[in-house]
Design a binder for this molecule. Sequence first.
Ligand code: A2P
Length: 282
Amino acid sequence: MKKLTDTYTLPNGCPIPCVGFGTWQTPDGETAVSSVREALRVGYRHIDTAACYGNEVSVGEGIRQSGVNREDIFVTSKVWNSERGYDKTLRAFEKTLADLGLDYLDLYLIHWPAAAHQYEDWDALNLSTWRAMTELYKAGRIRAIGVSNFLPHHIASLMETEVPPMLNQIEFHPGYMQPEIVRYCRERGVLVEAWSPLGTGRVLGNETLCAIAQKYGVSTAQLCIRWCLQHDTLPLPKSVTPARIEQNTHVFDFTVSDEDMKTIDALPYIGGSGFHPDRVDF
Ligand code: A2P
């Protein structure tokens, strides 16, 4: 990857820009509008949102205000946990499109797996949500479909369906690499996206990371984003601060050495969301 608009290719051939702009925890209203507009102004062409972020209307407005052609932007959203199942997923998709003010999505994801601690029939529920996603995909309403926060035991039955998930968006940052699911996805050609590549900001003060970043003359945030790319994952850094939004795009003019990659890979848990799909209470 040499620039922001270079792409990974999904299993169905669909190109996806290699860094996405994250909007989790971006407040709805002017903050979301202006940060999305700014991201598109400085060159991002991939915006990641979700119904549960509560900011889809503003994200859509930011896209329109940017003046960038719709077909030049890759837009992702996700079906929330309360909308699982075939009928509800179809309805949730229409609401997401209406809120964003778009007539198709590039990528639609199941936000979290239904899991055994909450549902006896969790696997059937995920399959029924997936059936709706598959139908929307086959009808041309979405260019690609996938999942988020799925571990191997959650995704396994979906991999056996007519249209297996093309991508899995998971928490991935220094100190939290989830090697088992990353390996599972890689072996099956499922692209891994990294949400909170900066550990929601909590890894940025780590001394080891700061020292390595300093060596390359970059910020710790840039180091984390670059480290994700060198692991062949697709980072989704979030910021509402114009200078940081731009800084996070400058990750193509340095390469982290193998030795430094290994040092970062060996870091113990530093911080992050603290969410685990088999334990969350939402
Ligand atoms: P803000 O949005 O106030 O600019 P993640 O993407 O891992 O969830 O991390 C997002 C957090 O990291 C936000 O608090 C964001 O702050 C902060 N952040 C994003 N980019 C940078 C940067 N380049 N330098 C410092 N903090 C950053």
